[in-house]
Write a protein that binds this ligand. Structure first.
Ligand code: AMP
Ligand code: MG
Length: 409
């Protein structure tokens, strides 16, 4: 067996980020910036009103109530061709620029209008309800650092500074395939000995969650020819995948043809990693495409994804932080294990109680018991030994959905 860190290091060494490309900002959602973005415009570009109301001179309202003459109206998108002089006011709509002479805005709700006169009830402080040019972003400043992942809001900001194109790391196409004669898809009645394929569905969904394009390479039987055809078309043929993730056929079974095929096609390493679940891991390059052969047991394949595939994909996507957050938590009740020279990753439920993270087991820990993985929102790292007692501190790896739920990044 090799230590987890050695296996991770080996994988990451060979997973390289792609060359940056220039893309339209609007088609860059979810991608990572390869260069910083700066603005050559102020946002907002000019002083404007935050309210519908009247543009006035603050000094005119020192004594109230004060009646002023309405000298014009300024809609958003228009430029006033008049000034507001002493004793005057202008109707103004949210987003419109201030007319010369005016230095503040009173909201319409605090005024009374009669004909072309408006009465202001209270003092309007200088600058009232005015949004200054550059208050959001200043011309010349850096807006986003290299390594920023573009969310919908980032695309909004890019639009607000007129940035139509960005340099980003290219999107990844990641192929997913399930292997196994016993596997069937979806709605068929199960014949004796058959089970339904779940790995492909959870793996494709994990890719989706990461903002990547998952390519469904299907479900293939334990058949050498079929396996070879699928890997060939995934790595160099029609599918043009940047990464391929397969599950099943990498352990010690007699019909594990994935090993035979991948050894023929690429430069693979077959590892026994000192972890549980997910001890067997195949990884290597077919051409220059990283290929992960994950174990078939559903929990093993997902734990493998978290420990090896997710960090590798994050690196290839251009992220600077590639590891999932690890935090310390206190165990609510004992989580036991047997000494076996492996690090165990136990499915746990974590909650935030009075500012500290508390964990309890999510239930049965068999690597075929996927339902408790769905219950879990973190993996507790249990070093070799007998486990942890209630009240012990334990390190946990937050699973993706939790990272959002508990607001830790
Ligand atoms: P293998 O790694 O192919 O030896 O498979 C180990 C165990 O995982 C076996 O019990 C398989 O039936 C099961 N298994 C393999 N692939 C899948 C899959 N895609 N979905 C659900 N279970 C699977
Ligand atoms: Mg199998």
């Amino acid at each position: 067996m090799i230590p987890l860190e050695k296996a991770q290091e080996y994988v990451l060494q060979q997973c390289l980020v792609g060359s940056p490309e220039c893309r339209s900002s609007r088609s860059s959602l979810g991608l990572v910036l390869a260069d910083e973005v700066s603005t050559d415009e102020d946002v907002p570009p000019f002083d404007n009103t935050a309210m519908d109301g009247f543009a006035v001179r603050s000094e005119d309202t020192l004594e109230t109530p004060k009646t002023l003459e309405i000298v014009g109206t300024i809609a958003a998108g228009t430029i006033p061709d008049f000034s507001v002089n002493s004793g005057q006011a202008a109707r103004i709509m949210t987003g419109a620029p201030l007319p010369p002479g005016a230095d503040s805005v009173v909201m319409v709700e605090l005024t009374k209008v009669e004909g072309n006169q408006v009465t202001v009830e209270r003092l309007v402080p200088e600058g009232n309800h005015i949004r200054r040019a550059g208050e959001d972003l200043r011309a010349g400043q850096t807006v986003f650092e290299k390594g920023t992942r573009l969310t919908p809001t980032h695309l909004g900001v890019l639009a607000s500074i007129g940035c139509l194109e960005v340099n980003v790391f290219p999107p990844l196409r990641v192929g997913v395939v399930s292997t196994g004669d016993e596997l069937v898809e979806g709605e068929t009645f199960l014949k004796p000995g058959q089970i339904r394929d779940s790995n492909r569905h959870s793996l494709l969904a994990l890719l989706n969650d990461l903002g990547l394009e998952g390519v469904d390479l299907g479900l293939i039987p334990d058949d050498e020819e079929a396996i070879e055809k699928t890997f060939r078309s995934a790595c160099s043929g029609v599918h043009r995948c940047d990464v391929v993730v397969s599950s099943g056929g990498v352990s010690m079974g007699d019909f594990d043809f994935v090993k035979i095929v991948l050894d023929r096609l690429g430069d693979m390493r077959w590892m026994q990693v000192a972890i549980k679940p997910a001890k067997p891991l195949a990884f290597g390059l077919v051409g220059n495409v990283p290929v992960f052969g994950l174990p078939g047991n559903p929990v093993s394949s997902l734990v493998s994804f978290e420990l090896f595939v997710r960090p590798a994909l994050r690196k290839m996507m251009g992220h600077t932080a590639i590891w999932s957050p690890k935090i310390k938590a206190v165990t609510e009740s004992a989580i036991s294990r047997r000494p076996d020279e492996k690090t165990h990753f136990a499915r746990v439920k974590v909650s935030l109680v009075d500012g500290s993270y508390r964990v309890e087991s999510a239930g049965s820990q068999g690597s075929h018991q996927l339902s408790t993985m769905a219950e879990a929102n973190a993996l507790a790292v249990l070093p070799d030994g007998t486990g942890v007692q209630a009240g012990d501190s334990v390190e946990i790896i937050l699973l993706h959905q939790l990272t959002r739920g508990l607001n830790v990044s």
